[in-house]
Design a protein around this ligand. Structure first.
Ligand code: ZN
Length: 208
């Protein structure tokens, strides 16, 4: 069984959003082609879904500005601008994404005391989201991961997929993803490759 994981393709991470990734909206048509013609049996999507007082927000830490470093759940934490607050347009999927084709939506980042970059578990690894269990129940053997942002939520999701879904072949779809920091993107791709994640382009998948 082949599965696709679309990471955080939400207004908040697209131009005009509160934590916009440069050209983030360019992943939408690529994602839609993968959904339509990628040959997937299962389509999943993650959705960053924070309470308004989430601890990853600089606004919750007196004296901190967005993109400062701080601490959360005992770990270094980038202080983000308020983003993807539950029930706001910022948290909605990009309006052009073919969300009707998605079989399973995994919300994450709901606990104000810890961030959840990965679609699979919180950053402190204490709580699982349920996505790994769902994919196991679907007997998934191949998982393609893409979306926003390459150097954060996409990378951590791909690395956790390798850890938490033994035997599943994990691939990162480069042109269906965009990242925040150019150096961070390069490092993320190197880290994924070192962990055994295959780096592919959507054209490779669509040609199969
Ligand atoms: Zn977030």
């Amino acid at each position: 069984m082949k599965a696709l994981l679309l990471v955080d393709i939400q207004n908040g991470f697209c131009p005009g959003g509160n934590l916009a990734v440069a050209h983030g909206d360019e992943v939408v048509p690529v994602a839609n082609r993968l959904i339509a013609d990628g040959g997937y049996d299962v389509i999943t999507a993650s959705q960053d879904w924070h309470p308004a007082n989430h601890g990853s927000f600089a606004s919750q830490h007196p004296g901190k500005k967005p993109f400062d470093m701080g601490e959360l759940s005992g770990q270094p934490q980038v202080m983000w601008p308020d983003h993807c607050v539950q029930g706001t347009p910022d948290a909605e999927f990009h309006p052009d994404l073919d969300i009707d084709a998605v079989d399973y939506i995994q919300q994450k980042g709901e606990n104000p005391a810890v961030d959840s970059y990965s679609a699979f578990r919180d950053n402190d690894h204490a709580a699982l989201t349920g996505l790994a269990g769902y994919l196991r129940a679907q007997q998934v053997t191949e998982l393609d991961v893409c979306g926003l942002a390459t150097d954060y939520c996409v990378k951590f999701s791909a690395l956790d997929a390798v850890d938490m879904l033994p035997g599943v072949k994990v691939r990162f779809v480069e042109d269906a993803s965009r990242g925040i920091d150019p150096e961070g993107i390069k490092a993320a791709i190197a880290e994924m490759r070192a962990k055994g994640v295959e780096i592919v382009k959507s054209a490779d998948i669509l040609a199969d």
